[in-house]
Design a protein around this ligand. Structure first.
Ligand code: SF4
Length: 330
């Protein structure tokens, strides 16, 4: 995790919104990596306003995961760290505070030139660094590269931005390979699996450029598919969080499983964890909740956890070569 001081939490803007709306009770919701700033930010807001602050203690993994219960109990809720999703409009009193990183990208982008092989480079990142893509593009162009910062679908707020469940901006325009600006492996891995192209990670926090290797995750997915081939009873997970709920897909998958003479039960839940699923006796799960779960928690469930595209391979509806990354697109 990057130095937390390198992020801008927009405190002055938050104070001004509270004053302008005359909010008396204010909720704050932080993703896991920013929770340790919660009490300090609360103090800063309390010093400048008379609002009563309530901090959400629930897990928070994305813009899909607004604390709706808290939003109903406060005048306004500030949800930190994510850009708004198109379908988040259902909660009217929520302000999305995009926490931008102050990390400089110049050095790491220059460093990437030694490793970039293609001519037309797709630039991608998360919302934390999206304001740096233009600068990255200018650096690469000054060294003779062509750059693409493409617009994603309606769930994606900024050109070049990717989510862990949506790589539409990477697929939107042709390029030879991708340069991902940020730390972590999940987003670039999704881009590699969704496009089939080479991805370099330019990490501005440690000034390091790494080439992504997806062979390990492909082996893991292959093992999960292999273990599910003889399954006759499936548990289809549906998440009740509004931004993750895919009941229509779950019903379609249940029909497909039944057409193959097998059984499927739909399990609806809020927080999906290996412990929460421990008591369900099925031979394989199919996850329609956050696509990261099946990948990040691989091997931790009491039965193989498939993604919807992997289920189609298990049932023989698609071939292994057709394996696609699970995405929640607009
Ligand atoms: Fe992120 Fe998962 Fe939510 Fe998509 S569903 S926005 S990957 S937490």
């Amino acid at each position: 995790m990057a130095d937390i001081e390198a992020f801008d939490f927009q405190i002055a803007r938050i104070i001004s919104i509270i004053r302008d709306t005359n909010a008396k009770i204010v909720g704050l919701q932080f993703p896991e990596g920013f929770k340790r700033r919660a009490t300090g930010i609360t103090r800063e807001i309390e010093e400048e306003t008379n609002a009563q602050i309530l901090i959400s203690g629930n897990p928070c993994f994305g813009a899909c995961d607004v604390d709706v219960d808290l939003a109903c109990k406060v005048d306004i809720l500030f949800h930190f760290g994510h850009a708004v999703l198109d379908d988040s409009n259902y909660v009217k009193n929520v302000y999305f505070i995009e926490v931008r990183s102050n990390a400089e990208v110049e050095k790491v982008v220059e460093k990437s030139l030694e490793m970039l092989k293609g001519q037309r480079i797709g630039l991608i990142t998360t919302v934390q660094h999206v304001h740096k893509l233009q600068e990255a593009s200018e650096i690469l162009r000054s060294h003779g590269k062509a750059c693409v910062i493409a617009k994603g679908d309606a769930k994606i707020a900024y050109s070049g931005q990717v989510l862990g469940c949506n790589f539409s901006s990477a697929r939107a325009e042709q390029c030879d390979e991708y340069l991902y600006i940020g730390s972590g492996y999940f987003h670039p891995m999704g881009v590699a699996l969704s496009t089939g192209k080479r991805v370099l990670i330019a990490d501005p926090f440690v000034n390091e450029v790494r080439e992504l290797d997806i062979s390990k995750v492909l082996k893991q997915r292959s093992a999960v598919i292999g273990k599910s081939l003889d399954a006759n009873l499936f548990g289809i997970i549906v998440c009740s969080k509004p931004g993750q709920e895919r009941m229509t897909l779950a019903l379609k998958l249940q029909d497909m499983i039944r057409k193959h003479g097998k059984s499927a039960r739909i399990i609806m839940m809020d927080l999906v964890t290996p412990d929460q699923l421990l008591q369900f006796k099925v031979e394989a799960f199919v996850n329609t909740a956050c696509p990261r779960l099946a990948i990040d928690e691989v091997g931790r469930f009491n039965a193989p956890m498939l993604t919807p595209p992997e289920l189609e391979i298990v049932l023989g509806e698609k071939k292994w070569e057709d394996l696609a990354f699970d995405e929640i697109t607009a």
